[in-house]
Write a protein that binds this ligand. Sequence first.
Ligand SMILES: O=c1ccn([C@@H]2O[C@H](COP(=O)(O)O)[C@@H](O)[C@H]2O)c(=O)[nH]1
Length: 292
Amino acid sequence: MTAPVAFGDRLHGALERYGRLCVGIDPHASLLDQWGLDDTAAGVREFGLRVVGAAAGRAGIVKPQVAFYERHGAAGYVALERVLAEARDAGLLVIADVKRGDIGTSVDAYGEAWLRPGSGLESDAMTVSAYQGLGSIESVMRRADATGKGLFVLSATSNPEAAAIQRAVLQQSSREGSTVAGAICSGVAAWNAAREDAADRPFGSIGVVLGATVDLAASGIDVSADPAEPVLPVLAPGFGHQGADVRDLEAIYGTLSAGVIVSESRSLLGAGPDGIAEAIVRRADEIGAARV
Ligand SMILES: O=c1ccn([C@@H]2O[C@H](COP(=O)(O)O)[C@@H](O)[C@H]2O)c(=O)[nH]1
């Protein structure tokens, strides 16, 4: 059996071809209304399929926010399965924004749901939480590496109320003295660097979530340190609707900039069903113009 292509390689290819933009698929009730769709499982399916149609060939990555599908129970999941499959069939890299975390065996079961080839919910990557300890996600990191999938581990999230916990300083750890956010970043970078084939990889397959609205230095993340090798993928919500300016990308992310994926939802989706394709092209151009 041939080995799967590493997620980091596929991510690198998508960024080279289409640039950094990741199109969020967040069917908020207000957006469904604006798009002339019902807030039902059928409505969120149609919304997702239209976003996928608009993103295909214009952006490299989509990020469905699973919560908006989960609102509709089992029917919402059936709708989501269809959206995920269409997106992957269209050649888009799919990051399922599920933010799962638990003890190791349970996190691995989440990994089986979202990352196992052939699973109904199969995605290319998923978001996970390591707030039960980095060791709690080790089995899912192994699973991701073995199956050519990726993970984005929450580190410093874009919501302001996260700082109190994410800036807390670790005790009883080999990373004692680091903040929670900093330890997650350095732990993930170290994981990527320790892979057997790390030297041949442009990007690691395990990344972190670092909000663009965050003062990363104050969160204990040194954005002037030597860049990680391989490049650390950074899923970056917070641009667009949440107020961060893409022209500040390098100032925000410094030496982490090479791995930054600009994830925007409402700022694009608000263009409506007739304007979304054009909004994606315009935003991808703006981000490209602000290239670092
Ligand atoms: O720190 C985080 C982690 C995830 N998100 C998610 O990203 C999108 C942002 O949507 P916008 O409309 O572009 O604000 C949404 O799905 C969040 O759940 C985040 O915002 N911050």
